[in-house]
Design a protein around this ligand. Sequence first.
Ligand SMILES: NC(=O)c1ccc[n+]([C@@H]2O[C@H](COP(=O)([O-])OP(=O)(O)OC[C@H]3O[C@@H](n4cnc5c(N)ncnc54)[C@H](OP(=O)(O)O)[C@@H]3O)[C@@H](O)[C@H]2O)c1
Length: 249
Amino acid sequence: MRTVVVGASSGLGRCIGVGLAQRGAHVALLARRRERLDDAAKEAGPGTVAIACDATDEESCRSAITDAVAALGGIDALVYAPGIGPLARLVDTDAPTWRSVFETNVMGAALVTRAALHHLTESHGTAVYLSSVSASMTPPWPGLGAYAVTKAALDKLVEAWRAEHPDVAFSRLVVGDCGGGEGDSMTEFANAWDTELAAEVMPEWMARKYLSGSLIDVDHLVNMVDAVLRGGASMSVPSITVAPRPPAK
Ligand SMILES: NC(=O)c1ccc[n+]([C@@H]2O[C@H](COP(=O)([O-])OP(=O)(O)OC[C@H]3O[C@@H](n4cnc5c(N)ncnc54)[C@H](OP(=O)(O)O)[C@@H]3O)[C@@H](O)[C@H]2O)c1
């Protein structure tokens, strides 16, 4: 399984990239922080390659996919994990913030897919995109409105690719709370959040039961991705959800 994982320098994308390699895939790890990718590639084992890529930059996507194809000999699977979720109420969300969230969460997914499409079509491959429960299973979470809007747009983007390219199996992976792994594999999603605002909105999330108080085991997430990718285009998995089970009453 020749697999490209974008957003593989930290958190869930790193766990997926390293985990798939350890389950036998030949993996190219992509993200902006090259030195982080080199460490991840070492952990993943021989044959894993690290390639710098800014998903919001068309030329960077094109050249990273060219390098990945040269290293892997083609692409059977693509995983798009980049996602940013600046914590801000909508009334405080300005144009640069909207732009960066859309560029990373939606446009980047489209640009990477476009760059890889020919190779995915040739292999009848699979593309998986990490979405969020806050876009489809719960109402948008206060303070993460822009994030939920872009993940809903990502969900629609996955459907739109599927409608135009039935030869490729496009799948969205709806993810609930997950801390990732340890060290560099830990999620950095909330690292830049304003702690005062976080202290304000988190009780709202708890009160509305958006947070269950538990986290998904990231190995289960990797197993799910592995299963979807192994199915290839012969198996249709338009959407899959991996979320913590709500606490027993
Ligand atoms: N953690 C959760 O509980 C959770 C829940 C639901 C959904 N998700 C989704 O899961 C995905 C991963 O989240 P995470 O928690 O693992 O976050 P994370 O630790 O912040 O990881 C984000 C990854 O995306 C990469 N990235 C960001 N901008 C990029 C760009 N322009 N080009 C290329 N790569 C870029 C980052 O690498 P560089 O900075 O090196 O580029 C990093 O590897 C996101 O899509 C998130 O929305 C997470």
